[in-house]
Design a binder for this molecule. Structure first.
Ligand code: GDP
Ligand code: IMO
Ligand code: MG
Length: 425
């Protein structure tokens, strides 16, 4: 019955892909439970280096089935492109399935996402059509992957969906979409995907009831959760583990382990409050360059700053983390001094240790404690906890204490093997 969720603990790009790739070696089924190709999950293993957007990061384990779950939104051309890149590296993708209940991101969703972002109040989305697709899902005019296989149903659903999209496109002075043209596009997608689109429950339920090892892979992270993130600077789905069983097709009590992926410092892309963001100062520049902090999907430079344990504590509670993985510890190699945010100060001087609602969050000033750094290359070359210099062990032990969750693994490089067990208390 082991069901493990792996989710982001900050603002995304913590290294979920690399963690899932490493853990997938022991998995029978890996399911992406939300999001779309706004994700950029980097995997570095014996097949090469991959930026995965929709395909679960378990695809490199030849014994694991992979499912793009019901909670996801799928832009088929992005999936085709990704599959071609993975197949070109010699990976068998025949074990990849797509839930017939997953929503379709239509070309007009992407167009609308860009139009929404072109106004004055841009959120900094990835422009992958995520918000418009989830909006149509909630408004019950969305198209689902299974619709691609049912021509009459598809035609009637598409007519309704396009009618609405055209109202919005007209508002932006854009050319209307032709239903017939869109229908042909959908039919071509359906032909290419017919063997992959399945009713996922028989597979998921059987795996669960037979005690198979199941991993639920999250996209983005809790600070961009639609309900608990820095609204409105959030994505349009719920990256928290609470949603994982819904998006995957499992009952709520199925989760046995929730692993939060924590980068050893903070990064974010897109607008909204990130209290420890260092802007363009030397610390930010160093983290960005050494950490290669440029978006895996959009190439945008990521905002960088110190680790924030106030948000981690909040996120640990919301997700029910049983364990955390610290990634990119090696990026801190050679920094003389490290800071950890342990509280916030409000504009009136009041100290708080929680994440307030966005308008207040925008005004908080982080309170730091300082920790000594360790020599260059020391974490990068470590193969186990005991190889780490005492200063790195102390930094991690302090994080574990502040977050209140044990460190299960420590990652010191992007490669599958560059990860070892954390300190066991
Ligand atoms: P995800 O979206 O959470 O899967 O993370 P991304 O792939 O967007 O960003 C993480 C980046 O850090 C990728 O370039 C990874 O290859 C890289 N990475 C992951 N873990 C480590 C690590 O421990 N050390 C270093 N130096 N890079 C890492
Ligand atoms: P992974 O899975 C980092 C951010 C965008 C924007 C907000 C909303 O690789 O961690 P959206 O396109 O979802 O409507 O954008 O969310 N965002 C990400 N930031 N990593 C991601 O994915 C992201 N996916 C979306 O920058 O702030
Ligand atoms: Mg990413």
């Amino acid at each position: 019955m082991p069901v493990t969720a792996v989710v982001g603990a900050q603002w995304g790009d913590e290294g979920k892909g690399r963690v899932v790739d490493a853990l997938a070696e022991k998995m029978d089924l890996v399911i992406r439970f939300q999001g779309g190709d706004n994700a950029g999950h980097t995997v570095v293993n014996h097949y090469g280096t991959f930026k995965l957007h929709l395909v679960p990061s378990g695809i490199f384990t030849s014994t694991a089935q992979c499912l793009i779950g019901t909670g996801c939104v799928v832009y088929p051309p992005a999936l085709f492109e990704e599959l071609a890149a993975i197949e070109a590296a010699g990976v068998d993708t025949s074990r990849l399935y797509v839930s017939d209940r997953a929503q379709i991101v239509m070309p007009y969703h992407r167009q609308l996402d860009s139009l929404h972002e072109s106004g004055g109040a841009a959120l900094g989305t990835t422009k992958r059509g995520i918000g418009p697709a989830y909006s149509d899902k909630s408004a019950r005019r969305g198209l689902r992957m299974g619709d691609l296989l049912r021509p009459d149903w598809l035609q009637s659903r598409l007519t309704k969906a396009v009618e609405h999209a055209n109202i919005e496109l007209k508002y932006y002075d854009q050319k209307p979409i032709d239903v017939q043209e869109m229908l042909e596009v959908c039919q071509a997608w359906g032909e290419k995907l017919q063997d992959r689109i399945i009713n996922p429950l028989p597979m998921v339920r059987q795996a669960y009831e037979q005690n198979a090892n199941i991993l639920l892979e999250g996209q983005l992270a809790a600070m961009r959760d639609l309900d608990w993130g820095t609204y409105p600077y959030v994505t349009s789905s719920n990256p928290t583990a609470t949603f994982a069983p819904v998006g995957a097709g499992l009952p709520p009590q199925a989760l046995t382990q929730v692993i939060g992926v924590v980068k050893a410092y903070t990064t974010a892309v897109g607008a909204g409050p990130v209290p420890t963001d260092q802007g363009d100062n030397d610390t930010a520049e160093r983290l960005r360059e050494k950490g290669g902090e440029y978006g895996a999907t959009t190439g945008r430079p990521r905002r960088c700053g110190w680790l924030d344990t106030v948000n981690l504590n909040y996120v640990a509670y919301l997700n029910g983390f049983t364990d955390i993985v610290i990634t990119k510890l090696d990026v801190l190699d050679g920094m003389p001094e490290l800071k950890i945010c342990t509280g916030y100060r409000l504009a009136d001087g009041t100290l708080i240790d929680y994440v307030p609602d966005t308008p207040i969050y925008e005004t908080v000033e982080p309170i730091y404690e300082s920790w000594p750094g360790w020599p260059d290359n020391a974490a990068r070359t470590a193969k186990s906890w005991s190889d780490l210099p005492a200063a790195a062990q102390n930094y991690l032990t302090r994080i574990q204490e502040l977050v209140g969750v044990p460190i299960k693994f420590v990652s010191v490089g992007p490669e599958r093997e560059a990860m070892f067990e954390g300190k066991i208390n």
